[in-house]
Design a protein around this ligand. Sequence first.
Ligand code: MSP
Length: 510
Amino acid sequence: MKRFYVTTPIYYVNDEPHLGHAYTTVLADVLARYHRLFGDETLFLTGTDEHGQKVQQAADKRNVSPQQHCDELSPRFAEVWRRLEISNDFYIRTTMPEHQKVVCAILMDLWERDEIYAKEYEGWYDVGEERFCTEKELVDGKSPAGNEVIKLREKNYFFKMSKYQQRLIDHINANPDFIVPKKRANEILGFLKQPLGDLCISRPKTRMSWGITLPFDEEYVTYVWFDALLNYFSSLSFGYDDDKSGDFWPADLHLIGKDILTTHAVYWPTMLMAANMALPKTILAHGWWLFGEEKMSKSKGNVVKPLDTMDLYGRDVLRYFLMREMTPGQDSSFSQDLIVERNNGELANDLGNGLNRVTKLIEKHFEGKLPEGGDYGDPERELRKLAEEVAGRVREEIRDYHPNGAITEVRRLSGAVNRYLEGKAPWRAIKQEGGREAAGSTLFHAAEALRWVGVMLHPVMPEKCAGLLQRLGQPEPTDFDSLLTWPLLKGGDPVESGDPLFPRYDLESE
Ligand code: MSP
């Protein structure tokens, strides 16, 4: 059996969940749901990143312990994910003692094998970014992020990252799927043309004490990124019923935003090389959600809160929009107008109308029982052929991590159903002498094609597609293959129209 292990970044516990976070998490969820339908043994991990200076500062400001601060804030993410119907198998928090144990074991091993060493260091420190900057990096006396820097001299512990530079370059060149899209791999290869330094992995407790104590020096805590990246591996040993480290490592897919590419595509793989562990198969860096021309971010105050959007249009419309609109790797713009446009055009008109017509006619003329399929003519054979072709393409698009491509494919089928209905006009045929059988057969084939649409879009819109399938007397899909038998529906199956599945929205009235 194939295995599929997908992760999201673990979110800074201080941040308020916004649409950018929701996108990565829904993307992981949709891919995980497809892989489950394909029959792959699937693990999907998300969680929160809870150590470091900013958390300590925020807790100090509120006069609570950092642990209490995290315990209060972490559930905000979990709650948004629950409402977005996110099907993660585990939710890791880096303050979990089991995670800390794994981090310590790996640190100790690296220390004992001289992959980590101590050194006195003096340099420019960016407090906001929690990192030292080299002299060369400074721009007008400020850090590359534009923050004030202070001169600091201290002993620290360093991971011998430079030792793995060539191996990393070779790995990227030999594995075109390791960093996608390709332009991000090129960016990293460009970065690796300069000599790679070693990575400072400690912080003296005198300066910052909120972190995992180094197992070989009690006066230091672990650098937050070294701790956070290990979540992808640590959770496997304690997050599930049995220890999955042996079965699910390496991860198949780390989903990240392009701002955290260096940590994932340079720090993380070299850490794994030093620990003699396999590298993840793919790191996919997606682009930004923009509001107008600007990146959405808390500091700019232009963030869209996922729950607000969900309250307006419903969870599945938001999930559909996020998946349909962004090509993983590129930037996308968010606007209410665009959500309404996609909803009214693609969901209410294309998909909803077809379903409505079919179920209403069956209710009205066939007492809510699916008519018999009868003989296949060319249009029916074509519809079936297209459905099979689309199902194959959906599989490929998902294996390539392109849910938007999968959605485009399924839309070809729902468009074809509408054209088929227009061509056959069962609403006219039914009124003609002897036309009942022909009309019934048309409705049967249209219903069967819509069933395929419901199965194929279920990972994107679980609730809506369950509703679609229910109207055709079908249960929720558990398996892509067996459900894609044509036809699976049988004459006599119960059909009901119910409320319109995809209401139209009017922007002005909001
Ligand atoms: N805690 C680190 C990740 C550690 S993973 C071992 C972190 N957290 S974060 O909360 O700041 O960001 C999480 C993710 O949200 C990142 O992948 C980031 O790229 C993404 N996004 C933040 N703003 C975004 C947009 N406007 N659009 C799309 N994604 C964005 O970094």
